[in-house]
Structure formats: C-alpha cells, structure tokens
Ligand binder design. Structure first.
Ligand code: NAP
Length: 253
C-alpha cells in the first residue's frame, strides 16, 4: 500500500545507535523523520545523511522526560515537518549496579527516561494519531525485561514498557493506531560498548563472549532493529498490535 502524502515519524534517541538506524530506515521507507535527542546538534549528521539521500528530516533537542519541552518539540515538528503519526520511543540510558549498591538517583534516572519519557511522548502524539484515525507506536523494550543481573532499574523499566505497550494497543486500537514493542538482545552500539567498559573487558572480548550464547552466531546491529521497526510502522501491519517482538538472534521469550 502506498500513499501520496508522506507520514511523519518521530524517533527519540535518534542521534546515534539504534535510533539513528531507525531514522535512516524510516526516511528510506519514504517517511519524513523528526530526530529527537538531548542535543539538537548531535542529530545534525544523520539529518544531513537523510537530506543528501533525498529525504526529509528535522533534528530536535529535547529531554523526553521534560513535559513542557516534549510539548514544544511536538508543536515544532508538526509545523515544520508535518503531524507526527508514527512514534518510536527509543531514547534510553543505563545506570547499572547491583541492587544493594543502586542509588535512588540511578533508579529514578532510568525510570524517567524510559517510562516517563515514553509516557509523555505517547500522550502528546496520540492526539495527532486519533485525529488522523491512523497511527503507529513502537516502543523499545529489551531482553533485560526478563531479568538481568545488575539491571534492577533497567529490567523493571523495560518490563514496564511491555505493559505500557499492550495497554496502548487496547486503548488506541479503535482509532486505527497500533502499538508494539521490540525487545532487542545484544546490539552493537555505544550503550553495549559502555557496558563492556563497566565490566572491565574490551568490546571485542565482550562481544565474542556474548555471541557464543546467540543462536544465529553473531551480534545484532542497529539495522536489525530498524528492519523490525519498519515492519511495525508499515501501512499493511494494521492488524498486528500489542505484541512484543524479541529481536535477539534466537529465542528470548
Ligand atoms: P545509545 O547508543 O546509548 O543511544 C541512546 C540515545 O538516547 C543517545 O543518543 C542518548 O543521547 C539518547 N537519550 C538518552 N537520554 C535521553 C533523553 N532523556 N531524552 C532524549 N534522548 C535521550 O543506545 P542504543 O543502544 O542505541 O539503545 C536504543 C534503545 O534500545 C534504548 O531504549 C535501549 O535501552 C534499547 N536497547 C538497546 C540494546 C543494545 O544492545 N544496544 C538492547 C536492548 C534494548 P546522549 O548521547 O546525549 O546521551
């Protein structure tokens, strides 16, 4: 199914890693793409790549956990790019530690970006989707939602994302809106590079240890996730909603 007017997608945490790959992929699919990240300038190179390839993109500096900044950004995206009817809640941070050493600040920081940020973004954007009678929401969960040592905060947030997603699917389905979650396993990005550094091993050693446990025998790449997002966002995926897709090179749950 094709359309004459491009849809506008909003991708959070789009300056690098998975978010940048999703932004590039949705632009290649023909959507206009708003790249949201903490620092607008950090989005410049991906915005330029999309422009150079003939696409439409806009960088926006926003903390997804800041309610007024979220509203201001969405109004700007609506006026400069078009009404956002595709939302990819991808922005994320890690503040790993064993439970007995985890600070309240690190608990709150992770909850704020993943859960509060996804809530604020989705609540603001659903208005455009319900008005349009069409929308696509994709939330980034993780295999850590099933439990992971040193990640009580992150695992709780990523499990929360799954409940949030299913509830969005139930509430918003009647408006032509689907909501799905993608739960990546190990993906090569700065986030997993930081994890290797935290546990005191080189990224190559970390990657080869992790890869031994992955059925397809390789680490994931941001484009592996972007491909799954592209499917959920596609016009023809309107009957797929409330699902959690593990993209982990083999079974997770
Ligand atoms: P990444 O390389 O660390 O990129 C995350 C991006 O989010 C960064 O550009 C970061 O900006 C931005 N960000 C952080 N806090 C933000 C905020 N409050 N408002 C707006 N933007 C913010 O991470 P990634 O590996 O691509 O991961 C993307 C998503 O996939 C995350 O939700 C992550 O939890 C999830 N995930 C990743 C993996 C993996 O193996 N990589 C596995 C499972 C799930 P700054 O650079 O300014 O901090």
């Amino acid at each position: 199914m094709t359309r004459s007017t491009p849809r506008t997608a909003l991708v959070t945490g789009a300056a690098r890693g998975i978010g940048a790959a999703v932004a590039r992929r949705l632009a290649a699919d023909g959507l206009s793409v708003a790249l949201v990240d903490l620092d607008e300038a950090s989005c410049d190179s991906v915005v330029k790549e999309i422009h150079d390839a003939g696409g439409r993109a806009l960088g926006c500096g926003v903390d997804v956990a800041d309610e007024s900044a979220v509203h201001a950004a969405i109004e700007r995206i609506d006026s400069e790019l078009g009404e956002p009817t595709v939302l990819v809640n991808n922005a994320g941070i890690l503040r790993d530690n064993l439970l007995f050493k985890m600070s309240v600040e690190d608990w709150d920081a992770v909850m704020n970006v993943h859960l509060r940020g996804s809530f604020l973004m989705t609540r603001a954007v659903q208005e455009y989707m319900t008005t349009a009678g069409w929308g696509r929401i994709v939330n980034l969960s993780s295999t850590s939602a099933l439990g992971n040592r040193g990640q009580a905060n992150y695992a709780a947030a990523k499990a929360g994302i799954q409940g949030f997603t299913k509830t969005l699917a139930i509430e918003l389905g009647k408006f032509g809106i689907t909501a799905n979650a993608i739960a990546p396993g190990f993906i090569e990005t700065e986030m997993t590079m930081a994890t290797a550094e935290r546990v005191g091993v080189t990224f190559d050693d970390f990657k080869s240890a992790v890869t031994k446990q992955i059925p397809v025998g390789r680490g994931g790449l941001p484009d592996d996730i972007a491909h799954a997002v592209s499917f959920f966002v596609s016009e023809d995926a309107g009957y797929v909603s409330g699902q959690v897709l593990y993209v982990a090179g083999g079974p997770a749950a």
